[in-house]
Design a protein around this ligand. Structure first.
Ligand code: HAM
Length: 409
């Protein structure tokens, strides 16, 4: 038997409902905050991710699904959405059409990571990006929106927040790390030796024990951040408090992607094991320019839909479901007509052809979480699955009136 690819999932049944519920809920919130949808390609030029997510990040170094197409182009399945969004912003010259843009996207992302609970090789994100606003109030508004998403989905997650400072602060900090780690060249792993030249910040993220040990005493970013960045960060914290958003400052939060400046944040839960970050994001004020666009401040976030799915309990059932069973082949057409009639009256119904014993059919109906079964013969026999009560009707109209009454209760 051919099996699904490792790290990929079939999402069906209750899980598919949860998936759609999350997407619908988040899209509604995006709508309240006036974000516009952008549907982005799944495949991009490899260099887009190298130049944005970063040449030295795990994502680009080890996790991308890359291939050559028949025309010899070097392509990648997208590992995240921000890079594509920025590319589209520049390529479609959105900057020329108004002073700022608020976009959202949703869909599959691909990373060749080690699969475990909450971590897959194909996963889905729903995220939003804002282009053209530098004000700290935009950071606050975005974070408050993510907080609202988490609360609306009834998920318990704490907000951790940090600042990486402006571009200059990051450069100073990188140099300080380079000086520090250079003393331990003999103890660093091979990857980190390379990172020492290219991006010493990444060493702080290394999972190799010896590197982790040395990182403990490394300089901390807070000591290298300019006064402006510190003030900005404090202002953000103050606004968040005023908006009723709880947070914890975590100076060790650096994120796994290279494009961030200033604010970075993660919403983290303890309820699903090691992969507890359900949503994450921050500012990336240099990225648009870095990818060839005009200087444009920007910020955004993305949530992992599978992780959210792990956190929401069984969904409440909203609609009444009616299952229609013709008692024998003489009544199939009558049953199908009744189903059409119910559906035309906006009542959800399942038309079930008699396949086995009545008992096994009732079992299937129960699995569908049916509220009522109607046995179709010369009469219409309605059975309430919860109370067991049975009622007999001779006209479809009377039956619908009765069901509508039940629906209203
Ligand atoms: P990220 O932290 O790499 O950021 O991913 C965002 C979220 O996607 C994570 O917090 C997690 O919930 C989910 N996620 C990531 N990898 C996996 C995986 N292998 N399996 C399941 N879920 C996963 C970004 O991607 C940035 N583009 C976020 C952003 C938008 N920053 C600014 N704008």
């Amino acid at each position: 038997m051919i099996q699904k690819v490792r790290g990929f999932q079939d999402i069906y049944g209750e899980n598919a409902k949860k998936y759609r519920y999350i997407v619908e809920t988040v899209r509604n919130i995006f709508n309240l905050y006036s974000f516009q949808e952008i549907i982005l390609p799944y495949v991009e030029d490899i260099s887009l991710f190298k130049r944005s997510v970063g040449e030295e990040t795990d994502i680009v170094q080890k996790e991308m699904y890359t291939f050559k197409d028949r025309g010899g182009r070097d392509l990648a399945l997208r590992p995240e959405g921000t890079a594509s969004c920025v590319r589209a912003y520049i390529e479609e010259k959105m900057y020329a059409q108004g002073s700022y843009h608020k976009l959202f996207y949703e869909g599959a992302m691909f990373r060749y990571e080690r699969p475990q609970a909450g971590r897959y090789r194909q996963f889905h994100q729903i995220g939003a990006e804002i282009f053209g606003v530098s004000s700290v109030y935009a950071d606050a508004e975005l974070i408050q929106m993510v907080d609202k998403i988490v609360k609306t989905l009834n998920i318990q997650a704490r907000l951790e927040i940090n600042t990486l400072g402006d571009f200059n602060s990051r450069k100073l900090y990188s140099q300080a790390l380079r000086d520090y780690f250079s003393q331990y060249k003999d103890k660093l792993c091979e990857t980190c030796l390379k990172r020492l030249d290219t991006n010493p910040l990444r060493i702080l993220d290394c999972k190799v024990e010896s590197c982790k040990e040395i990182s403990k005493e490394a300089p901390v970013i807070t000591d290298y951040i300019s006064k402006e960045s510190k003030d900005r960060f404090n202002e953000l914290l103050d606004i968040l408090s005023k908006l009723g958003v709880n947070y914890r400052v975590n100076p060790g939060l650096v994120r796994g992607l290279d494009y961030y400046t200033e604010t970075v944040f993660e919403f983290i839960t303890d309820k699903i094991g090691a992969q507890g970050t359900v949503a994450a994001g921050g500012r990336y004020d240099n990225l648009v320019e870095q990818l060839g666009g005009p200087p444009t401040p920007a910020l955004g976030f993305a949530a992992g839909i599978e992780r959210l799915m792990l956190l929401i309990s069984q969904l409440e059932k909203k609609d009444i479901l009616i299952t229609i069973i013709p008692i024998n082949s003489d009544y199939i057409l009558k049953g199908l007509e009744l189903s059409k009639f119910l559906r035309d009256s906006e009542i959800k119904s399942e038309f079930m052809l008699k396949t086995g014993s009545l008992k096994s059919m009732m079992k299937t109906a129960d699995k569908f979480r049916t509220d009522f079964v109607i046995f179709v013969s010369d009469k219409l026999e309605l059975k309430d699955m919860k109370s067991g009560e049975q009622l007999i009707f001779y006209s479809e109209e009377d039956l619908i009136d009765h069901i509508k009454g039940e629906k209203a209760v």
